[in-house]
Ligand binder design. Structure first.
Ligand code: SF4
Ligand code: SF4
Length: 203
C-alpha cells in the first residue's frame, strides 16, 4: 500500500513511530476499574516490539507470516506494510504497522463491554466471545490497526479444528473486530511472537 507520510499522518492523526512499547501502564478510568482477572498476564514480563524502519525493505514477510500463524482472513492484514514517500528524490521507505499495543489504548477505553483489554504484560487482547461488533474500538484506534468481519470469513479445516481461544483469536467469525494480538500463545510457551525473516521481538 503506497501512501505519503502526510497522508499516513492525516489518516492516523499520530506522529510516526518506529517502536512499540509496553512500558508503564496507565490505568484508564471507568472500565479499567472493573477489569476482569483475564487481564492478568501469565508472566510478569513487559513486552516491547521494535521495528527498525531503516532495515525494512517492504518485503511483506511479516504480513504473510502473521496471516499464516493466525489464519487471518484474506481481506485482513493484522500487520500492514505502508510504502511512504516524503521526498520523490529520496525514494520511498516502508512502514510496517502491527497493533502498537498502546500504553493507554483508546480502543480499550472505547469498548463498552470489555471485549478488548490490556493485560499486565502490555498486550492488548480481543475476546470475540464478548465483542458485540459495535466497531467503536476501530473508530478510536489512531493507527487503523483493527479490522471488522462484515461477512463469514472463509475457513480452513486446520482453523476449524481448534476450539476458540483469545490467544489465537480463531476460528474467525462474522460481526466482530480483530487485530494483531502479539502471539500470546507463543509468549505463554516461553517463545517470541511468530518470527519471519526479519522478526526480532525483544522482551
Ligand atoms: S467492536 Fe467489539 S471490541 Fe470493538 S468496541 Fe465494540 S464490542 Fe468492543
Ligand atoms: S488497536 Fe489501535 S488503539 Fe488499540 S492498542 Fe492497537 S494501535 Fe493502540
Amino acid at each position: 500500500m503506497s501512501i505519503s507520510r502526510r497522508g499516513f499522518l492525516q489518516g492516523t492523526g499520530v506522529v510516526l513511530v518506529a517502536s512499540l512499547t509496553a512500558a508503564k501502564e496507565t490505568p484508564a478510568e471507568g472500565l479499567h476499574q472493573t477489569l476482569p482477572a483475564r487481564s492478568v498476564a501469565p508472566s510478569n514480563q513487559k513486552w516491547v516490539m521494535v521495528i527498525d524502519l531503516t532495515k525494512c525493505d517492504g518485503c511483506g514477510d511479516c504480513t504473510r507470516g502473521c496471516k499464516a500463524m493466525h489464519f487471518v482472513p484474506p481481506m485482513q492484514e493484522w500487520i500492514r506494510v505502508y510504502e511512504v514517500e516524503d521526498n520523490p528524490a529520496a525514494g520511498p521507505y516502508f512502514l510496517a504497522r502491527p497493533c502498537m499495543q498502546c500504553d493507554n489504548p483508546p480502543c480499550v477505553r472505547g469498548c463498552p463491554v470489555g471485549a478488548t483489554f490490556k493485560r499486565t504484560d502490555g498486550i492488548v487482547m480481543m475476546d470475540q466471545e464478548r465483542c458485540i461488533g459495535c466497531r467503536n474500538c476501530m473508530a478510536q484506534c489512531p493507527y487503523g490497526a483493527r479490522s471488522f468481519n462484515w461477512g463469514e470469513p472463509p475457513h480452513t479445516p486446520a482453523e476449524l479444528s481448534q476450539p476458540y481461544s483469545m490467544e489465537y483469536n480463531y476460528p474467525h467469525r462474522k460481526g466482530v473486530v480483530e487485530k494483531c494480538i502479539f502471539c500470546p500463545h507463543l509468549l505463554r510457551a516461553g517463545k517470541l511472537p511468530h518470527r519471519t525473516r526479519c522478526g526480532l521481538p525483544v522482551a
